[in-house]
Design a protein around this ligand. Structure first.
Ligand SMILES: C[S@@+](CC[C@H](N)C(=O)[O-])C[C@H]1O[C@@H](n2cnc3c(N)ncnc32)[C@H](O)[C@@H]1O
Length: 222
């Protein structure tokens, strides 16, 4: 492991906004994020596969009355967003360093209002590992509120086509879906969703600079 990665891991141990759960111990904030961490009753929104976390931080800046939690296994990336949130004394954003596979260990039933899947790995050869596969969706169902929403933003045709198929096959309710978010933003898109499209993730900036077309969908589970 590189020196800089080690330094970030060491520093991050003391970050009050980063949780690095171990599988052997029950996670103390499960079911208690609002009361014990955020100390408010505001909605909780997850970004799964948050990378450097700038999207979670960007959303948290834009919506001071909502709580955001970025989850990723890569700690050296997450360090960047977590450090920025601490420097700016943001108390509505936190991070969990973990595999998303264990998400039900960290949140209780009905604890989460929305989930963002941002530029998730398309996993061309392993559909089961896609973050919109039924295995993952069942985990999200366990923690989302009844009316909870899942958003996906991606450059990947494979992942987006797969997700669109899942929406239809599994009878999820599709609320928005566009194959060219910035080229043809649907008229119907709700104003609150529209106003955040200027916030871009690290990978989104890279893909957009290369000319990739960004896709977006928003759906509810039934
Ligand atoms: C292509 S990057 C996108 C990062 C960020 N969302 C962005 O748009 O800049 C995908 C991220 O998902 C994370 N990831 C993929 N599968 C994961 C899993 N099962 N558990 C935790 N993190 C995962 C990777 O570590 C990586 O940081």
């Amino acid at each position: 492991m590189g020196k800089d990665k080690l330094r970030r891991f060491e520093l991050m141990k003391d970050f009050a906004n980063v949780f690095q759960p171990t599988i052997s111990e029950p996670f103390p904030l499960k079911g208690k994020w609002r009361q014990e961490y955020f100390k408010n009753d505001n909605p909780i929104i997850l970004e799964l596969g948050c990378g450097k976390g700038e999207y979670s931080v960007g959303l948290a800046n834009h919506f001071p009355n909502k709580n955001f939690i970025g989850v990723d296994i890569k700690g050296a990336r997450m360090f960047i967003g977590a450090k920025e949130a601490l420097a700016n004394k943001m108390d509505n954003v936190a991070f969990i360093r973990s595999k998303i596979d264990f998400i039900c260990d960290y949140f209780d039933n009905n604890e989460v209002d929305e989930i963002w899947l941002t530029f998730s790995d398309p996993q061309p050869k392993k559909p089961r590992k896609r973050l919109s596969s039924p295995i993952f969706i069942e985990r999200y169902r366990a923690i989302l509120k009844r009316e909870g929403i899942i958003h996906m933003k991606t450059d990947s045709d494979i992942l987006f086509e797969y997700t669109e198929e899942q929406i239809h096959e599994q009878n999820y309710t599709c609320l928005e879906l566009t194959w060219d978010l910035y080229g043809s933003l649907p008229e119907t898109i709700d104003p609150q969703t529209r106003e955040i499209f200027h916030i871009k993730t690290h990978y989104e900036k890279l893909f957009t600079a290369k000319g990739s077309v960004i896709k977006y969908c928003k759906f509810k589970l039934n």
